[in-house]
Write a protein that binds this ligand. Structure first.
Ligand code: ATP
Length: 610
């Protein structure tokens, strides 16, 4: 059973009409509203980068003036020095402004992304969450959104510097001496020529193997940590350990191969781009041109200063590459969440007439396409309790999850008060349907707030009444701060206790339709009693559907529906079905025997501390 009890959120504010609706916007779509701010970041960075060349050019000019024969003009020298200093100041101001705006922009984009994600997560089918750990969802909203930081705050500036500075420098150097300019470009050309060597299929394959080997180490570590209790209890530590060691050994093999093949290319590239090599090339080329009489010695100076600038940004890009790759992967995961199809909300919600529930030829398949509900026709009349029974995997949980619309059926329809659930607004649906499933999620909030989740304005007496009915009142009084105890901080609840809180929550919500999955894992006597009492105290007009695991609940039900392999195989009152001596009678007898032997069918789930 994998349902997520998100509570019958009676008073839950409806999401904004179009938030998260419609097609996923994609990264570029998301960034479009910030186009002007991006343009400002790039423009300021561009001006700053070009102004940053001024001090270098000033040094070059001063060098020329001082090296040229005859007395130097102090006025000219001062003007050049002042221009250089002004350039430096402009560079400082503009790059600071660009970086400031870039970081503010980054904050805004991250906020917008998180809002989008929150809006989308508020609209995706609730069942979607049951297949994902809360950690996975939290990682996308938290870490992954933060990981786009280099994309937004740094990449524009670095890209601009990487292209604009060399371009302006090149123009200047060409004007000084085109031959030495070409010679100065030799290191860059060598480095660029080596890039394809890194992209050959064999290298790309190694890169993929490297990523996969890293992934295997991470997986085996997570597996080991998550299953540590089972592993220790059942003595599988050695095997789990072996898996980790094998993953680590694999990684070492892949890494050594990758490093052996890549290191030579990477080292050669670094050497080509290193300042000593660039200076060496410039000096050799310059010396040759000067000695052949084709170039004035003072002209060598700009090449020595600006030549280094031609390679530095290219090298800087390489350094940020890992961050950018990580940002790209994070953006992909964010996009995947933004693209999850939301449950469509009707443009004009219909109003149900009463609370008769009807399933008409309902078919359902999870993502793997295998049909787990194969044409269910079922009517749940108001004022009746319907017990759903059947072997494990027959589709009981899937069926009950369709009522609070965790998923939509892939065929047929589920109707409430004559209206297809897809025609109902979600607010209206949760005012009518509440549920208690096995996988109870309590909020890190006071117990009283957890009980009153669906009815936040409920008075203390009402909360206590619901808690008493659910058999959890006395336990709450034993908690350190009674009803004000914050679950998770001040105290933890057992699985059975958490389920009783969920029952109290559903009783207080007082919806006309209640869907209940009787606990198997947490079936302590108090919880069993709470379920029975809850069912018994409900007023006569309620529509109740319960996945029944205990024979008493089955016996008390008005109708029993037996499910097998996604189809209803028998239905009727318990007495009728016993008299028929068919599948249900056999099921009943097997449970009786199991009960007598002291085993409670289906107790395979482990307890989870709340
Ligand atoms: N999230 C899911 N993705 C894919 N298949 C699923 C998912 N949840 C359940 N199934 C499959 O659907 C079928 C019906 O499962 P379901 O949980 O509805 O049965 P069940 O009768 O409630 O079983 P149990 O009594 O053991 O809880 C099973 O074959 C199960 O493997």
């Amino acid at each position: 059973m994998s349902a997520t009890d998100l509570a019958p959120a009676r008073e839950r504010p409806a999401p904004p009409p179009d938030a998260g609706a419609g097609p996923a916007p994609g990264m570029t779509g998301l960034l479009r509203p910030y186009g002007w701010a991006f343009a400002a970041v790039v423009l300021l960075q561009m001006v700053g980068a070009v102004a940053g060349l001024a001090p270098l050019l000033a040094v070059v000019e001063v060098g020329r003036v001082l090296l040229s024969p005859g007395p130097a003009d102090p006025g000219h020298v001062w003007a050049v020095v002042t221009a250089g200093a002004a350039g430096l100041l402009v560079r400082l101001l503009f790059t600071a402004a660009s970086s400031g705006i870039g970081h503010v922009l980054d904050g805004e984009v991250q906020l917008a992304l998180r809002r989008r994600l929150a809006a989308r997560l508020g609209r995706v089918p609730i069942g979607w969450f049951s297949r994902r750990g809360s950690g996975e969802v939290a990682k996308v909203v938290g870490e992954d959104v933060s990981a786009v930081h280099p994309f937004i705050a740094h990449a524009p500036g670095e890209l601009v510097s990487a292209f604009v500075v060399p371009l302006v420098s090149l123009v200047y150097l060409f004007a000084v001496d085109w031959r030495l300019t070409l010679i100065t470009l030799i290191p860059v050309a060598l480095a660029v020529a080596m890039v394809p060597l890194m992209m050959v299929p064999a290298r790309l394959r190694e890169q993929e193997e490297f990523d996969a080997a890293m992934g295997r180490i991470a997986d085996s570590t997570v597996e080991f940590v998550q299953g540590i209790a089972v592993v220790k209890a059942f003595g599988g530590a050695e095997r789990a350990h072996r898996r980790f060691i094998r993953a680590a050994d694999d990684f070492v093999d892949v890494f050594v191969r990758w490093v052996r093949n890549m290191s030579l290319i990477a080292a050669a590239m670094q050497l080509a781009l290193s300042p000593p090599f660039v200076l060496l090339v410039v000096l050799i080329g310059g010396a040759a041109l000067i000695t052949s009489g084709g170039m004035a010695p003072a002209d060598l100076l700009p090449f020595m200063l600006l030549g280094l600038g031609l390679t530095a940004p290219v090298a800087a890009l390489g350094h940020g590459f890992d961050d950018l790759q990580a940002a790209r992967r994070a953006a992909g995961r964010i996009k995947d969440v933004l693209e999850v199809a939301p449950l469509p909300e009707p443009a004009e919600p219909a109003s149900p007439r009463g609370h008769r529930v009807e399933l008409r030829d309902v078919r359902f398949a999870y993502d793997d396409g295998r049909e787990v509900l194969r044409g269910i026709d079922l009517v749940l009349e108001p004022g009746t309790v319907t017990a759903l029974v059947g072997p494990s995997g027959s589709g009981k949980s899937t069926l009950v999850q369709l009522l609070p619309r965790f998923f939509d059926p892939v065929g047929g329809s589920v109707l409430l008060g004559g209206v297809d659930l897809r025609e109902l607004g979600s607010g209206e649906l949760y005012r009518k349907v509440s549920f208690v499933f096995q996988d109870v999620r309590l909020l890190r909030a006071p117990v009283a707030d957890n009980i009153a989740l669906a009815v936040p304005h409920a008075g203390h007496d009402e909360v206590v009444r619901a808690a008493r009915l659910a058999g959890i009142h006395d336990r709450i009084l034993e908690l350190p701060r009674g009803y004000d105890t914050v679950i998770g901080d001040d105290a933890r609840l057992s699985g059975g206790e958490a389920q009783r809180v969920a029952i109290a929550r559903a009783l207080l919500a007082d919806t006309p339709v209640l869907v209940l999955d009787e606990a198997t894992a947490f079936a302590d006597p108090q919880t069993e009693q709470a379920v029975r009492r809850a069912l018994a105290t409900l007023d006569g007009d309620r529509t109740v559907l319960v996945i029944a695991h205990r024979l008493e609940t089955v016996a008390d039900a008005d109708t029993v529906v037996m499910l097998d392999n996604g189809s209803i195989v028998e239905r009727g009152s318990p007495a009728e079905l016993m008299a028929r001596n068919g599948r249900f009678a056999a099921f009943w007898r097997s449970r009786r025997i199991a009960g007598a032997a002291g085993t409670n069918g289906g107790q395979e789930r482990g307890d989870e501390s709340r």
